[in-house]
Design a binder for this molecule. Structure first.
Ligand SMILES: [Zn+2]
Length: 343
């Protein structure tokens, strides 16, 4: 493995307003690479609802997670939770409306749950269960997880700064009301992170964003994301974005990625960031990284193998810990771009 890397570059974020950013990967002493795990779409939906999303607690997908955490004592997880999940189908079901240009972008193209149905403060047993999970931290994953137009889950797409900020404040208010402690990070529903979202997040004191999923682009120290969400950020290293206000953490490994990809990321001294979704199948749409029995056992094999190969050289960490570490480092050494090697 190579040592830790600190690199800089001016990257074009193809779908975003361009701004200079720094890509950094600072590791604690003795560590040569890092590993984190995150799960999206968690909300109180039960198997008696449209789909199970954690609401069956230990008897559902989160029980699978508990099993994995027990098998791997170093493993930590970031659970990206939605404040008041309203999405039913991730794809348009109102086909006629969806076929009419202009109109289709201004209406909801599938039924939604009534407001409040899945609001966290109305599900105290679910909140208690999340709080009881060992080595799990709670991050933000939208207010409703749906919007008008064909890209239903992409909640933050066209809103102004003011609209986006109001939605974020409502979202955080629900967590406060539910008594569920948060880390200051967001994985935007549908991955999209427009400039209005980035600005509102930074102004509200959010410290990290996870907006790029790419399990396809070949791994190399200079590889950039070009799949879901933010494009042109580092595929293998955390990166300061939005003028250093936010840390960006890529998702670069999922169920359909071979173990060799994970090894290549670690061999670059990078962050292996494993992604899962809590829902496997919703209205005929199947997530390849849905946390079912097959994926959980694949993760068990993957993590066992990596621990055998790398041992304590890998920093098994969480998204918030990485973000805190990088912000502290960035504050201490704003000219990181000139530094090199492990801290
Ligand atoms: Zn989602």
């Amino acid at each position: 493995m190579h040592g830790a890397r600190i690199i800089e570059g001016d990257y074009n974020l193809a779908e975003e307003a361009h701004r200079p950013v720094q890509a950094v990967s600072c590791l604690p002493p003795g560590k040569q690479a890092a590993l984190c795990f995150s799960i999206d779409d968690i909300h109180p939906g039960k198997s008696t609802d449209a789909y199970e999303a954690g609401g069956d607690l230990g008897d559902g997908a989160l029980g699978q997670l508990e099993w994995l955490l027990a098998r791997h004592p170093k493993l930590r997880v970031t659970l990206f939770v939605t404040a008041d999940w309203r999405e039913i189908s991730p794809r348009p079901t109102r086909k006629l409306l969806a076929s009419i240009p202009y109109v289709r972008d201004r209406v909801y193209l599938a039924k939604r749950l009534p407001k409040g149905t899945m609001r966290l403060d109305r599900h105290p047993g679910f909140v208690r269960y999340l709080k009881s999970l060992d080595r799990a931290e709670i991050g933000l994953h939208g207010l409703y997880h749906c919007q008008k137009g064909p890209r239903i889950p992409v909640e933050f797409q066209t809103g102004s700064y003011a609209e986006t900020r109001v939605a974020l404040e409502r979202m955080m208010g629900v967590f406060r009301q539910a008594g569920l402690d948060l880390v200051r990070g967001l994985c935007p529903p549908g991955w999209n992170a427009p400039p209005a979202l980035m600005a509102a997040l930074a102004d509200l004191g959010i410290k990290f964003i996870a907006s790029a999923r790419d399990g396809i682009t070949p791994v190399s120290p200079g590889a950039k994301t070009c799949n879901s969400g933010m494009r042109g950020v580092s595929l293998v290293y955390p990166e300061m974005v939005h003028g250093g206000a936010l840390v960006h953490l890529p998702a670069n490994s999922q169920a359909n990625c071979p173990i060799d990809r994970a090894r290549a990321i670690l061999d670059c001294g990078g962050l292996l960031s494993i992604k899962a979704h809590i829902v496997k199948t919703a209205f005929g749409h199947t997530s390849c990284d849905g946390l079912d029995d097959t994926y959980i056992h694949y993760l068990d094999v993957l993590l066992t193998k990596l621990d055998e190969l790398y041992g304590d050289a890998v920093w098994w960490t969480s998204m918030s810990e990485i973000a805190d570490h990088l912000h502290a480092r960035h504050k201490l050494l704003p000219d990181l771009c000139t530094a090199s090697g492990p801290s």
